[in-house]
Design a protein around this ligand. Sequence first.
Ligand code: TGC
Ligand code: FAD
Length: 392
Amino acid sequence: MYHDRFQQPDYYQVDELFTDEQKLIRDTVRAWVKKEVSPIIEEYAQRGEFPKHLIKGLAEMGCFGPTIPVEYGGGGLDSISYGLMMQEIERGDSGIRSTASVQGSLVMYPIYAYGSEDQRKKYLPRLASGEWMGCFGLTEPDYGSNPSDMISNYKDAGDHVVLNGAKMWISNAPFADVAVVWAKDEAGDIRGLILERGMKGFTTPETHGKWSLRASATGELVFDNVQVPKENIFPNVKGLKGPLGCLTKARYGIAWGALGAAMDCYDSALRYSKERIQFGKPIGSFQLTQKKLAEMITEITKAQLLVWRLGVLVNENRATPGQVSMAKRNSVEIALNISREARQIHGGMGITGEYPIMRHMMNLESVVTYEGTHDIHLLITGMDVTGLNAFK
Ligand code: TGC
Ligand code: FAD
């Protein structure tokens, strides 16, 4: 069984930028990850199974909807606390952070931000407690980076609408009780609907054979003349800005989360470099190993400061989606690079499940693609700085 000896790197005393409450929240989640996630995650990932029993603990710590107001079952916390939670969970495994991101930012947030009061009261407390789990359907087989061209659509049929189409690559789909689905109405406007498992014509086949995010369940959402009550449509949003608003929330969480995976790889590589002896010396004494470690801690430190500053801006309602894009892309890119270098430092051991490196590396190959690919985020930044839109 993997013994979690993680010690957080903090080269610039970034800890001093957090409040006591934020540190307490982080330390609580960290202790839970050490106790509940680290000892079992490798086995679940190797088996390709989501550890469903972790849902209870995540809910009890308030990781589902940490920024949603308390009256709806959320945590009522600030965004830096939310970020630190995601950092700690993804330090354990990106797939577990995915589950928390989807539940909180992609399912609870749209219900809170765009839903009716009845929808909020019906769904949010149950989602916060983990009694119901949710998923988010935007991507389609033929429309990933450009969701505005989606095919899924519904037609008016009196007191309900009839939904047809399909979504793919949907995290948590195979076991979700509730799905927030984006589809076009008869006018061609993108609208959000809440579907429940058991609705006739609604199925969620599982996607098998992933080499990445193996401890997260992924599936399709298939809509075959599904009758959805009109009261399940979000009344307060129309157009692509609906799903993109949710993505901004989730991408912010990933910016912190991927940093957690990077820290875990660095911590493991640093320890290994001091313990592993070759040519009569610890491999950490060789200049090439020190270069790798020095570059890792530099990138981690820069990213820590970037996400902290972003968190301040989010808390003050001043962050732009472009700033969130930059942080998501940067954190995932540095985490992927660090995981690859850490893999080298671990030599052959780096490919085994005795160390978390290969699992993080493979997970990050999904994280760099979902919630907007690396290149899509580069183009968003490019559009921000030039004022010229590369997508149109
Ligand atoms: P565009 O014309 O630029 O924008 C349409 C409307 O949306 C507004 N907007 C945003 N609003 C909030 N947040 C953002 N980040 C926003 N970006 C744009 C925009 O102002 C406009 O509003 P309005 O009022 O004028 O209508 O849209 P476009 O069709 O040109 O697309 C732009 C592009 C390419 C950046 C966008 O489509 C995009 O981000 N594509 C990437 C798709 C993506 O990220 N998919 C993710 C699927 S979900 C997922 O991966 C979950 S993984 C879960 C897990 O396991 O963690
Ligand atoms: P494509 O859009 O086909 O892109 C292929 C390549 O082309 C990429 O490298 C991309 O950067 C590049 N490209 C595309 N357009 C341009 C351009 N204009 N300029 C330059 N390069 C471009 N989706 C959901 O809705 N809900 C989920 O819960 C969810 N979970 C996921 C879980 C996993 C494990 C994975 C892998 C994906 C998940 N997704 C989910 C889907 C994810 O958001 C998409 O995979 C992603 O948005 C990219 O879409 P695509 O795979 O269709 O790639």
